[in-house]
Design a protein around this ligand. Structure first.
Ligand SMILES: C[S@@+](CC[C@H](N)C(=O)[O-])C[C@H]1O[C@@H](n2cnc3c(N)ncnc32)[C@H](O)[C@@H]1O
Length: 233
């Protein structure tokens, strides 16, 4: 089995379908899907999860790529479906007062409707706050996770649930890693992985976090960065 170096069909997938909200763009989606593609092609064990799915902008493409590979991986999404929670001190930023509690609210019905409209099978949908979830609410093996909760606690709560269940060679992608108006995401990743053996790289405001990736596995993520190369909010 190859390493998935040929991702022309990822480009085609992105060109062939509209993004249904501004919460994702083509360059970031390309990075995300290329990483998922390699997880599938390299047969990394475990299911796929998205924490913070909103209307399903990214979820629709994740489903399309799973279908392209006839993958048997389950796809689970998690959201309050009540929008963002309150910010905490770690989210404080001079760069803006946006992102208020209740913003970015979509209903479960909105999400299902968007999948139906696209002619795609909806994911397994979990409604609730991330800090109320238990490990049993997640698949017990995860190969790929996308975290898009915008805030410090949302990101930390997601990482605490997902990291112990992530397979060797698995990947977590976190959005908004270096957005000055969402500094909590960077802080959450820095604090959570301070004493863990994770390989963290970043591309276009996405953090790409790998677990025990074998050297012979050609992942889409670049080289690990030294601490002095990391961005600080
Ligand atoms: C930026 S949007 C996600 C965009 C989505 N990934 C997409 O591609 O359209 C953030 C989402 O995270 C959810 N969210 C943020 N923090 C959360 C938390 N602590 N618990 C549950 N949902 C949360 C919000 O309800 C919102 O739908």
């Amino acid at each position: 089995m190859g390493n998935g170096a040929n991702s022309q069909y990822v480009d085609k997938l992105i060109r062939s379908h509209n993004l249904i909200s501004e919460q994702m763009d083509s360059p970031r989606l390309h990075i995300l899907l290329t990483n998922l593609d390699r997880i599938i092609v390299n047969d990394i064990k475990g299911e796929v999860v998205e924490f913070g799915c909103y209307v399903g902008t990214t979820s629709l493409f994740i489903r399309r790529l799973l279908i392209k590979h006839s993958s048997s991986k389950e796809f689970h999404v998690y959201d309050s479906f009540s929008g963002l929670p309150d910010k905490t001190i770690e989210d404080a930023s001079v760069a803006g007062i946006g992102f208020k509690a209740g913003e970015l609210k979509a209903t479960k019905r909105d999400l299902v409707r968007n999948f139906k409209k696209a002619g795609l099978k909806p994911p397994v949908i979990h409604k609730g706050w991330f800090n109320e979830l238990k490990p049993k609410d997640l698949p017990q093996n995860i190969s790929f996770a996308f975290i898009d909760g915008d805030f410090y606690n949302s990101t930390t709560d997601s990482l605490e649930l997902i990291w112990p269940l992530l397979s060797n060679g698995g990947v977590i992608i976190v959005d908004d890693y270096m957005r000055s108006n969402l500094p909590g995401v960077y802080r959450a990743i820095s604090n959570y992985f301070a004493n863990k053996d994770a390989r963290i790289t970043h591309q276009k405001n996405l953090a790409i976090i790998q677990k025990n990736t074998p050297n012979n596995l050609n992942t889409a993520a670049g080289k690990a960065l030294r601490p002095d190369q990391l961005w600080h909010p």
